[in-house]
Design a protein around this ligand. Structure first.
Ligand code: 5GP
Ligand code: MG
Ligand code: MG
Length: 183
């Protein structure tokens, strides 16, 4: 699809590439300070968090380990089902680890609340959450997220890792999907 056709499928840009990078650098500086002297394991939630992980991890000035988990709660639609399924589990034993979960977006919060409980049961020493985006008006459960990039309105967004039916993940900005695409 050509650039003009892609633009036709988006309504507004909510967060630009520059704003994302500036925010991820700030968050990385906080994480550098707050985890000083501790081993840190970053756990990315596939596939949406791929871009956040790549850029956030490289803004850190310290060594980390990285692992990935794939869960699904959405399918190809735009509404959270609340049913979480593990598609790929961690390779790392969480026992005694300081874990920072790296997420693209907190929408209903259902996926993360499930993940937090799951990780606690595996004996992690500490578990915190970093999410690039959060939709406060969509929350069904309250998630204690220590590192939040941007609070956004309750609209379906794509880009910077976020997809609609696996498309738009490689957009550099975060944009609202035009309703005519899915309605
Ligand atoms: P939850 O509703 O459980 O908080 O969100 C679960 C997952 O659904 C998120 O991690 C994200 O991958 C996806 N998701 C939630 N809101 C959006 C959105 O506005 N756009 C896209 N593309 N994915 C979303
Ligand atoms: Mg996600
Ligand atoms: Mg998706």
């Amino acid at each position: 699809m050509r650039a003009a056709d892609i633009a036709d499928q988006l309504s507004t840009v909510l967060v630009t590439e520059e704003e994302i990078q500036k925010k991820l650098l700030e968050l990385a500086q906080r994480v550098d300070a707050e985890y000083e002297g501790k081993d840190l394991l970053l756990v990315g939630v596939l596939k949406g968090a791929v871009m956040v992980m790549a850029d956030f991890a490289r803004h850190l000035q310290r060594d980390i380990t990285m692992d990935w988990m794939a869960v699904s709660s959405y399918g190809a639609g735009t509404k959270s089902s609340g049913v979480v399924q593990i598609r790929k589990d961690l390779d790392t034993d969480l026992h005694g680890k300081h874990v920072l979960i790296v997420e693209d977006i907190i929408d209903s919060g259902l996926t993360l609340s499930w993940l937090l409980e799951n990780f606690q049961s595996r004996g992690a020493e500490s578990i915190e959450v970093l999410a690039l985006l959060r939709k406060p008006d969509a929350a069904k459960v309250v998630i204690d997220c220590r590192y939040v990039g941007f609070d956004i309105p309750n609209e379906f967004v794509v880009g910077y890792g976020l997809d609609y039916a696996e498309r738009f993940r490689n957009l550099r900005d975060v944009a609202v999907l035009a309703p005519h695409v899915y309605s």
